[in-house]
Ligand binder design. Structure first.
Ligand SMILES: [Zn+2]
Length: 431
């Protein structure tokens, strides 16, 4: 089935960062077959979708989060990370069943489809349920069972087996829309031996590793106390960086640590809103980008954000680093946009198939209504998307060539049911 979207302003995010006016993107099944000016002759296409007054661009890739935690949105705000985790999040999450995670995932996926995210990374428990929701919704996911080592040796081995079994069974599932990873939660929740065991499994299964790292100052100090080195050297010594790895946060880094991440080509998920809300600090993004580190954008969970609308991260990443460095030239709009698309595709080890509108890549794309007052005058689409847009300007979301939202209408998800169910299962938790 050959389809084409015509007459759109196409923001390709290709190598040359091309914007094509009166542009078109053709796709056959899940693959992009044409990107260019709207052709005169459209007879080869089975379906023609009019993109007049629309921005057409690659869907966003959210490179770190825990979608099940949307159930805890607004439950515990304005607390320090350690207290927030230990006193609020973990006791509630301890009560979660697959049903809680199912509905937390469903409202998250709905929110992401509505705000232009087409791929998300998820590290959590009950991942079978998350994978089923990804499969049913038509979304693309990079999923891992995050493991925390605070338990008996027997339980640790059981979690490791569960994570490995999940990673091996679901990798490539849902017509290739699901990829998997292995995930020790963090250096402060997993012993060095446990991290190494998880790494060995990742090597064996040939899947990347995903881990939280250097999120807070206290965590870095604790690591030095416990192991004599900061988290970057700790993970380097354990051999983690010899394997494809995506780290979340990387807020507290020395110059030398940035060099280490660049040397090993470690990918970074930058979560500016979550880091600000938990008062963890501001990651040294301009320095990382200058050294060639792959930095992508992410929301983290709705418990620390409190939404999954990546347009907010896009704007914040572009302005936050200007403010803290007193340099308006750092993280320009087009660089921020690459962090949400091209670089993010690289961060999830799918740069050949995702992250830009180019022939041969997956047809994962979004359209925004450009005929709105806040997008006028229509002079610079990339500036408007980064600085003026919000997630609810998205009208259409397409993954693997399928519409998940068309003219603001959800195709694959039952929003009213998800809203009712998430409130029902939340009410059953003991607070
Ligand atoms: Zn996280």
């Amino acid at each position: 089935m050959m389809k084409i979207i015509t007459n759109a302003t196409v923001i390709t995010v290709n190598e040359q960062n091309e914007v094509i006016y009166n542009g078109a993107v053709g796709f056959d099944g899940g693959k992009i077959t044409y990107v260019g000016k709207t052709p005169e002759d459209l007879s080869a296409y089975d379906e023609i979708i009019d993109g007049t007054n629309k921005y057409l661009m690659p869907g966003f890739i959210n490179t770190h989060g825990h979608v099940g935690m949307s159930l805890l949105r607004g439950f515990a705000d304005d607390l320090p990370l350690k207290q927030w985790l230990e006193d609020k999040m973990w006791p509630m999450e301890g009560q979660f069943t697959a049903e809680h995670v199912k509905w937390g995932t469903a409202i998250s996926i709905i929110e992401m489809i509505r705000t232009g995210t087409t791929t998300f990374v998820d590290m959590y428990d009950h991942m079978e349920t998350v994978a089923q929701e990804v499969e049913a919704s038509g979304m693309r996911g990079v999923l891992c069972r995050g493991v925390i080592g605070f338990c008996s040796e027997e339980e640790r081995q059981q979690k490791l087996q569960e994570a490995a079994s999940f990673a091996s069974r679901w990798n490539g599932a849902a017509n290739g829309r699901i990829h998997t990873m292995m995930s020790p939660h963090a250096p402060y929740t997993c012993s060095p031996e446990y991290i190494q065991q998880i790494l060995e499994k990742a090597i064996e299964l040939n899947v990347p590793l995903h881990i939280h790292m250097s999120e807070s100052k206290a965590e870095v100090e604790q690591n030095v106390q416990d192991y004599g080195v900061r988290p970057v050297a700790h993970l380097e010594n354990l051999g983690v960086f010899n394997h494809p790895t995506l780290v979340a946060h990387a807020v507290h880094l020395t110059d030398e640590e940035i060099d280490t991440l660049a040397k090993y080509n470690v990918k970074v998920a930058h979560n500016p809103i979550s880091n600000l809300k938990l008062a963890s600090g501001v990651a040294r993004v301009p320095e990382m980008l200058a050294k060639g580190v792959c930095v992508s954008l992410a929301t983290d969970s709705s418990a620390s954000n409190n939404n999954l609308n990546l347009f907010e991260e896009l704007k914040l990443a572009a302005i936050l680093h200007k403010g803290v460095s007193y340099d308006p030239e750092v993280v320009p709009a087009e660089e921020a946009l690459r962090m949400a698309t091209r670089y993010a595709a690289d961060a999830v080890f799918q740069k050949d198939s995702l992250g830009s509108l180019e022939v041969g890549k997956k047809a994962d794309m979004i359209m925004l209504n450009a005929a709105q007052a806040h997008f006028q005058p229509a002079n610079d689409p990339i500036s408007h998307v980064v600085y003026a847009a919000n997630g609810y300007d998205v009208t259409d979301t397409i993954v693997d060539g399928h519409f998940l939202m068309k003219d603001k209408e959800l195709i694959t998800m039952d929003e009213q049911k998800a809203i009712a169910e998430v409130n029902r299962v939340f009410a059953l938790l003991k607070q």
